[in-house]
Design a protein around this ligand. Structure first.
Ligand SMILES: [Cu+2]
Length: 286
């Protein structure tokens, strides 16, 4: 059964003016840089410049100041208005470059790999670590737009134009290695609430690491103009607790890495039967 999308928060909210709530460490860091550093600096500078402007208008207009000063240089002011902006920019550069470096950090070796392929106009998700099966994901149409008996979008699937038939299911709390490529033209895999945007280019494999901090459903859209139905190839990521993810993989006919080797009949091996196969945490209910 699908988790109700309203339980999750990886989507735009009504009356929201900020970034969407973030569910990755980099996303939270980026949102913090914006709200705690950039916005305050921008606000202070804007009000400061506005104040200077008002001061000039009131104090130095022709009536209030009939004989203007002929000053052309003031070393102290010139040093100040050079030095302070330099310090502000250095202050912004540090967290900004730090975030950039974090975003480029490669996925750890044990990360779960999922390859997202952009097609005109839908997405395919391949699970190379789990037997290589591919899930094809198409946008769900509205009730009035489908032939009788065909599946249409319900409230539980997600908002109009954002819901899909088969979601990209991933484990939550586990590092993911998301690779993107295009089958025909350039698409882009973008989920705002996961701070994730990566072009899907034909003939190339792009890669980015992400760890989703909370189980839930996260909505995004193809973000590279890719043709007539570009606006109708949404992305939906469903992050499940690892045990439920393992059950989902099984239901797709896939295998969990490490669990797919049920003791290959060793010829004449007198190995003690104490060997255990690392089983996934549990075959949980869905
Ligand atoms: Cu596209």
């Amino acid at each position: 059964m699908r988790p109700n999308y309203e339980d999750s928060v990886g989507m735009p909210k009504a009356k929201e003016v900020d970034f969407q709530e973030q569910f990755t460490e980099n996303g939270q860091y980026a949102k913090w840089i914006n709200n705690a550093i950039l916005l305050p600096i921008i606000t202070v500078i804007s009000f400061f410049v506005l104040g200077l402007l008002l001061w000039v208008i009131v104090r130095f207009n022709r009536r209030a100041n009939p004989v203007p000063s002929k000053t052309t240089h003031n070393t102290f002011i010139e040093v100040v208005w050079t030095l302070i902006p330099v310090l502000i920019l250095l202050g912004i550069a540090y967290p900004s470059l730090d975030l950039l470096a974090k975003q480029f950090k490669p996925a750890p070796a044990e990360a779960v790999t999922i390859k997202a392929t952009g097609y005109q106009w839908y997405w395919g998700y391949t699970y190379p670590d789990h037997g290589g099966f591919e899930v094809i994901s198409n946008m769900l149409k509205e009730e009035g737009d489908v032939a009788k008996g065909e599946r249409f979008r319900t409230e539980n699937d997600g908002p109009k134009l954002m819901a899909v038939d088969n979601r990209m299911v991933v484990p939550a709390g586990v590092p993911l290695r998301i690779q993107t490529t295009g089958a025909d033209v350039i698409h882009a895999f973008a989920i705002p609430s996961l701070w994730f945007k990566l072009d899907a280019v034909p003939g190339r494999l792009n890669e980015k690491s992400v760890t989703i901090t909370k189980p839930g459903v996260y909505f995004g859209q193809c973000s590279e103009l890719c043709g007539a139905r570009h606006a109708f190839m949404p992305l939906v990521v469903e992050a499940l607790p690892p045990a439920q993810f393992a059950a989902w993989v099984k239901a797709q006919g896939g295998t969990m890495p490490g669990a797919e080797k049920p003791a290959p009949a060793a010829p004449a091996a007198t190995a003690t039967p104490t060997e255990t196969v690392a089983a996934p945490a549990a075959a949980a209910t869905n």
